[in-house]
Design a protein around this ligand. Structure first.
Ligand SMILES: Cc1cc2nc3c(=O)[nH]c(=O)nc-3n(C[C@H](O)[C@H](O)[C@H](O)COP(=O)(O)OP(=O)(O)OC[C@H]3O[C@@H](n4cnc5c(N)ncnc54)[C@H](O)[C@@H]3O)c2cc1C
Length: 457
């Protein structure tokens, strides 16, 4: 079917990230007339990747999938995308205050297996605080945090304040701060910027104990947007930012840099701060307007460094490093066993990012590689390729992995996060009640908004 601009679409989907593509695909499958409008010249938003000359793929956005990401796993099965366990055999490395600990366990959220041999006092401090943290998280009812007395108290504190009050050792304190700078739903950002309520809520709906980084995809996650888009054919416009949405009681008109489109409904599928940049006529209700001024994106650069082979395995290392090094607090082996190439995925986050980003390209690369040497040895200095993705500098993301809530936002403005406004519905991982900040959350909101709108058409 050829689509003319005179068409009144059933639904316009704004944003061709995972949430928008799923919403559009599902509406299209139900026989509705949809058009996706995307600002960038490419699909996928925070889900994109590329192939290196060696034949190895890298994901510049998200890459891992967890065993309870049911919707994402179903999507991978549907499109025949094969998975493999995230490489992790061998010793993990913890660097803390310049000391090196090798251990064979899992260490993000509640530790599993062997623990690093930091002192008993340090370990017990972290674990005791962890038990308090988990118990506090369990007192929250399911769903998005509502405004009530308990939540308002929790929302008035930063995660940093809670860490200060509940840990006694430098290690205990770092352990929780590291979580804020590593885990999906926390931005990532420094713990002094995140609401305690937000952290506790995320612990319930996106827990690390469910291993969200359990598997990787042969060919990478970046291949998926094209597969979904194939079903939509020419119902996707790329390179066409949406500027304005005008609603009257019966229809809405979307103005882009290239034209105008009319529809019965629209799904705005992007992080809240980008949704807030669109001009709305009539304007958004005040609580929604104020919300979108207050939901920042996480602050991280993603680095993908490839080597001829995963040399760290020859030393019995897993390729997983964590610790309070100058730049790199977390790095992970992301090598596809079918290519034989070694790939380390790593991040520079929060305050570290803000000191690192203004350096020259060469200095940034040296800084990252020097920290990898601390984790994995001198061979880390000689990569085959080095790729840097500056997420806060990406105009159509403004940060990554995802948005997070600073103190006071959930309880003062949270009600406006998902509430439709007239004919406009909101999708995107930030709106998800389960696995926000992950692909899984994006799919959930795409599916749910499509279902809601389909019932109204
Ligand atoms: C570095 C990094 C690592 C990550 N790692 C993982 C991981 O391992 N596993 C995991 O599950 N998740 C991970 N994530 C998170 C995951 O990538 C996101 O949750 C998911 O891709 C978000 O999809 P979305 O559709 O909600 O939003 P987006 O992908 O942000 O899509 C929004 C789209 O809207 C478009 N847009 C914005 N404004 C306009 C406008 N005015 N007009 C038209 N279009 C517009 C944007 O260009 C974009 O394409 C990671 C993210 C990053 C950045």
């Amino acid at each position: 079917m050829s689509i003319s601009k005179a068409t009144v679409y059933d639904c316009l989907v704004i944003g061709a990230g995972l949430a928008g593509l799923i919403a559009a695909r599902n509406l299209h499958r139900l026989g509705h007339n949809v058009l996706v409008i995307e600002a960038q010249e490419r699909l996928g938003g925070r889900m994109y990747g590329k192939y290196l000359p060696s034949g190895q793929w890298i994901d510049q956005g998200g890459q891992w999938v967890g065993s309870t990401h049911a919707r994402f796993l179903a999507l991978l099965d549907e499109y025949g995308v094969r998975r493999f366990p995230t490489p992790g055999e061998g010793q993990k490395v913890l660097m803390f205050e310049g000391k090196r600990y090798e251990f064979n366990g899992f260490f993000q959220g509640l530790p599993e297996g062997e623990r690093p041999s930091v002192s008993e006092e340090e370990w017990c401090d972290a674990m005791q605080a962890w038990n308090c943290f988990e118990a506090l998280a369990k007192t929250l009812p399911p769903g998005h945090p509502q405004r009530n007395d308990q939540n308002q108290k929790l929302d008035s504190k930063t995660f940093a304040q809670w860490i200060e009050e509940n840990t006694k050792t430098a290690f205990g304190s770092w352990y929780f701060a590291y979580m804020a700078r590593a885990v999906g739903f926390l931005g990532p950002e420094e713990p002094n910027q995140v609401s305690l309520l937000h952290v506790l809520w995320g612990q319930n709906c996106a827990p690390q104990s469910e291993h969200p980084e359990a598997e990787l995809l042969h060919g990478g996650a970046g291949q998926i947007p094209e597969k979904i888009a194939a079903e939509l054919g020419d119902r996707i416009h790329l390179g066409e930012p949406v500027l304005r949405i005008i609603q009257d009681p019966a229809t809405l008109t979307v103005e882009t840099t290239k034209g105008r489109f009319t529809a019965q409904f629209a799904i705005v599928a992007m992080p809240p701060h980008l949704a807030g940049r669109i001009i709305y006529d009539p304007p958004m209700p005040s609580v929604r307007e104020q919300l979108t001024q207050r939901v920042p994106m996480g602050c991280c650069a993603k680095l993908l460094i490839s080597y001829e082979r995963p040399f760290w395995r020859e030393k019995g290392l897993a390729g997983i490093g964590l610790g309070n090094c100058q730049w790199i607090e977390l790095c992970a082996d992301s090598s596809d066993p079918e290519t034989g190439v070694g790939v380390i995925a790593t991040f520079v986050v929060g305050d570290r990012y803000r000191s690192w980003r203004p350096m020259s390209e060469d200095e940034r690369r040296q800084a990252v590689l020097s920290d990898l040497v601390i984790y994995f040895g001198d061979q880390a200095l000689s990569p085959s390729t080095y790729d840097e993705v500056d997420w806060p500098g990406e105009p159509w993301a403004g940060g990554g992995y995802a948005a997070f809530m600073p103190p006071g936002v959930w309880t003062s403005f949270g009600e406006a996060l998902t509430a439709p406004v007239g004919l406009i519905y909101w999708a995107g991982t930030e709106m998800a009640a389960r696995w926000p900040g992950f692909f899984e959350g994006a799919i959930q909101t795409g599916e749910e908004t499509a279902e809601e709108i389909s019932k109204l058409l």
